[in-house]
Design a protein around this ligand. Structure first.
Ligand SMILES: Cc1ncc(COP(=O)(O)O)c(C=O)c1O
Length: 381
């Protein structure tokens, strides 16, 4: 079983996270965890390599059947194997959906702050981005229905992120019902990025928005992957679930020679993750939930000027540093003076330059080191 406390050297392995900065910087940015993949996954890849032919891949029936079964057992969601479209990533998936279903000039709603490729997607297809901010409360982030309704009234689609990156918000069933009602009223397509769906804390259960009703399923493209949960994002494998045949065909056609077949080892890894690595996932979730709690406590006691709403899911924390007046901005400040590389808030929306996103999906000692580096940077001020 994986020792989640163990620190592994990742420099020199072609890791994007550990290559961005010089060796004296501790990277805590991209959503990639510093844990080895589950042994069951590594074994599955190794055993696939026993057959040394690595031509173009296609998902085996076993993988489709496993996903169908998982959707039923986890979410009471009855899909068929044909509803699944395999993809080299969730980001290509939401861009394909926009390309397939919208026309230049159409409006697209996104809730901010949000993962930069979601924020930027409208721009790739000549769409008008209609941003609706989420609001921090003591109970977590909430959405205001009025602004969402106004934005949807002038849009053809919503690009939802649930669980949400960077706030760690999990949308409740009531919120999802409000969203689906508004999308129905406006005949809007729902593209739902649910890549973080297996990373919920405190016993919460993920609800795929497509499960709200048949009507909703009929207008929704859901995107999922094992990549975040099992730390196999470099294997570039994800999938869409599209129950509406017309949308699915248009979606699949929008590959347009740009989105090629899926990584053959990624397909094996995904099957092994879902079929055999459940207990690894439970252990990992316990570990990152404890990291989240540790981070929240340390921020509250050591940096009381930073505001943090505890993440309900994901291994990402969204820190509001606006009261600290760090120049030129908190990300650059901590990078220069603390030698720790967080994600800059401005990546998640123009209004969020005073925030940073911290990746706590790492051994506790690295998280603790990151906090010490923050403290050191502030002490030098
Ligand atoms: C919300 C969200 N969607 C999509 C992605 C990227 O997914 P992929 O690598 O499958 O394109 C990420 C990665 O951080 C993410 O956080």
């Amino acid at each position: 079983m994986t020792d989640f406390d163990a620190v592994h050297e990742r420099r020199g392995t072609g890791s994007s996270k550990w290559s961005r900065y010089p060796a004296d910087i501790l990277p805590m940015w991209v959503a990639d965890m510093d844990f080895p993949a589950a042994p069951e996954i590594v074994d599955a890849i190794r055993s696939r390599l026993e057959h040394p032919m690595l031509g173009y891949g296609v998902a085996r029936d076993e993988l489709r059947a496993r996903i169908v079964e998982d959707m039923a057992s986890k979410y009471d969601w009855l899909i068929t194997a044909d509803d699944i479209v395999f993809l080299p990533g969730v980001e290509p998936g939401f861009n394909m959906a926009l390309k397939a279903m919208l026309e230049p000039g159409d409006g697209l709603v996104v809730q901010t702050p949000v993962y930069r490729p979601i924020l930027n997607a409208a721009g790739h297809w000549g769409l008008v981005r209609n941003e609706v901010p989420l609001r921090a409360t003591g109970q977590g982030y909430v959405m205001d229905v009025g602004p969402l309704a106004s934005a949807l009234a002038k849009s053809r689609a919503l690009l939802l992120c649930n669980p949400q990156n960077p706030t760690g918000k999990v949308f409740t069933k009531d919120e999802l019902a409000e969203i689906t009602a508004l999308c129905e009223n406006n005949d809007a397509l729902i593209i739902s990025d649910e890549i973080h769906c297996d990373l919920l804390f405190d016993g919460r259960r993920h609800i795929p928005i497509a499960t709200l009703s048949d009507e909703t399923a009929n207008r929704t493209v859901t995107l999922m992957a094992a990549s975040k949960t099992y730390n196999i994002a470099g294997l570039k494998t994800a999938f869409a679930i599209v129950q509406n045949k017309d949308i699915r065909e248009r979606f699949a056609q929008s590959k347009l020679g740009m989105v090629d077949s899926v990584n053959i080892l990624g397909l094996e890894a995904t099957l092994a993750a879902y079929a055999h690595a459940m207990s690894w996932k439970e252990k990992m979730l316990g570990y990152i939930q404890a990291n989240r709690d540790y981070l929240s406590q340390e921020i509250a006691s050591r940096f009381p000027a930073i505001r943090l709403v505890k993440a309900q899911a994901t291994f990402l924390a969204w820190l509001d540093c606006r009261d600290m007046d760090l120049t030129p901005d908190p990300q650059a400040f901590f990078l220069e003076h603390g030698k720790v590389g967080f994600s800059a808030g401005s990546e998640f929306g123009a209004a969020y330059g005073g925030y940073i996103r911290v990746n706590f999906g790492c051994p506790r000692s690295l998280l603790s080191e990151g906090l010490n580096r923050m403290e050191h940077a502030l002490a030098k001020r």
